[in-house]
Design a protein around this ligand. Structure first.
Ligand SMILES: NC(=O)c1ccc[n+]([C@@H]2O[C@H](COP(=O)([O-])OP(=O)(O)OC[C@H]3O[C@@H](n4cnc5c(N)ncnc54)[C@H](O)[C@@H]3O)[C@@H](O)[C@H]2O)c1
Length: 431
């Protein structure tokens, strides 16, 4: 099939690149020319394990390219996936600006083309009603009459985890498909049957597909905040919450995943999706207390780690510290809503003179959002660790797990990366 993808970020690029493994022809469109040029040269603008190799192979086979032109992307496409951002507005509600802009560009392009069957797939995370009441409505209102009846609208939320995106895309737990007609639904089922068995494909109304994504992210975020709340209590009792969660997670009804207490959740999805759902619920008269508490617990975790250091040193005024990890989780360069950055901000607020920061992949991205002369970004772990003796671990990169790195150091661990066997002093946030 010929597949167009709108948006070449984490979701769009991974989706497009993975479709080439099943011999589909993929054209990605993006508004950022540098991204398009990089992709066409075989350089992935994002870091995801395994992505570069598949991208290069697809380019060599001539079955993938990127462009800034919607016309080029749509002129032969059978299916067009939409994977543009759906960020939060300052009040936490969902910003549909990008979806509206895409709809506008699609209308302009369709009106220059001859009508034929075309399926649009909303892959961006959007609140119930968005695909039909905004995206579909805008397109149907703008296109020539001959197109009507030829276009299918579908919704297919994405559940990949950054850092594991390729693996998750190729082996999903489930594929959720919402569609407004049989043709659109069948096209999507055909595409995904190459990746999963029938029983993993869930066919639902479009609105249900939209809400499944939010409910899933809200539940996972809630599990993390729950583990943190119990973790904060455990710490005050001298109990290691990881031992507790091992026992809790052995219950099949609960499961062990997402019960790792620590600095909390970040990234481009959980914080914004929980906020958007909370806001959406309120707008319909629902209080959504669990969601409110999930965000509140999460917000406070970085200060819990700083408080442990304050307890030990009384003041952090004028001290130099090392912060290991900037990405919101390991194996990604994504720093959006990273708890590590919140930790650094908090340390600076408490008067820390210099933060020596290191991350294996995320330094460039961190620099764009956290530019402060008191932060020194180091190119190597050794150089960062050699600069100060108080160390905060903020992201669970495997590179940080070697106990011998911390000889003579005072370590405040926000992710249970080490046991602190060789450290001069060791304190875990919830253990
Ligand atoms: N990142 C994840 O792990 C993840 C997982 C599941 C779902 N999602 C959802 O998928 C959507 C995309 O997320 P992402 O992380 O891939 O975002 P991203 O910011 O990494 O990528 C979005 C891309 O869209 C491009 N873009 C913006 N406006 C455009 C337009 N009008 N036309 C063409 N391209 C345009 C941007 O330049 C960017 O390259 C969001 O709704 C997000 O919530 C993300």
């Amino acid at each position: 099939m010929k597949i167009g993808i709108v948006g070449s970020g984490y979701v769009g690029l991974v989706t497009g690149v993975c479709f080439t493994l099943k011999d589909h022809e993929v054209i990605l469109v993006d508004v950022v020319k540098e991204k398009v040029d990089a992709i066409n040269k075989g350089i992935s603008p994002i870091y995801e394990p395994g992505l570069d190799e598949i991208l290069k192979e697809a380019l060599e086979r001539n079955i993938l390219r990127a462009t800034t032109s919607y016309e080029e992307m749509m002129k032969e496409a059978d299916v067009v996936f939409i994977a543009v951002p759906t960020p939060s507005k300052p009040d936490g509600s969902m910003d549909v600006r990008f979806i509206e802009a895409v709809a506008k560009q699609i209308v302009e392009t369709l009106n220059k083309m001859e009508p034929r069957n075309l399926v649009f797939v909303m892959k961006s995370t959007v609140l119930p009603g968005t695909t039909e009441n905004i995206f579909k409505a805008l397109i149907l209102a703008g296109i020539r009459d001959e197109w009507k009846g030829k276009i299918s609208f579908t919704m297919n939320p994405e559940f990949l985890r950054e850092g594991m995106a390729v693996e998750d895309f190729l082996n999903p737990d489930r594929v959720v498909i919402g569609a407004d007609n049989d043709y659109g639904r069948e096209v999507l089922v055909k595409i995904y049957r190459d990746f999963v068995d029938n029983e993993k494909i869930l066919i639902v109304p479009i609105k249900v597909a939209e809400l499944i994504k939010y409910a899933s992210n809200a539940f996972l975020s809630m599990k993390i905040s729950f583990a943190n709340e119990i973790g904060n209590l455990a710490k005050s009792l001298g109990i290691d919450v990881y031992e507790v969660m091992e026992g809790v997670g052995m219950d099949k009804r609960i499961g062990r995943a997402f019960l790792n207490a620590g600095l909390g959740f970040g990234g481009s999805c959980f914080p914004k999706d929980v906020s958007a759902l909370l806001n959406f619920g309120r707008s319909l008269g629902h209080e959504m207390k669990l969601l409110e508490a999930t965000l509140e617990v999460n917000k406070k975790q970085p200060s819990k780690l700083v408080d442990l250091a304050l307890k030990r040193y009384r003041s952090l005024e004028g001290k130099e510290v090392v912060v290991l990890g900037l990405a919101f989780k390991p194996n990604t360069d994504d720093v959006r809503e990273s708890r590590a950055l919140e930790l650094i901000k908090e340390l600076l607020e408490k008067g820390v003179a210099k933060v020596h920061a290191y991350d294996p992949k995320a330094i460039d991205n961190a620099k764009t959002v956290l530019d402060d002369e008191r932060i020194i970004y180091h190119n190597s772990l050794e150089s960062a660790l050699g600069s100060a003796d108080i160390v905060f671990i903020a992201t669970e990169w495997q590179d940080f797990a070697d106990e011998s790195l911390y000889e003579g150091k005072e370590v405040f661990d926000g992710r249970k990366v080490i046991k602190g066997e060789k450290a001069k002093y060791y304190e875990g946030i919830c253990w």
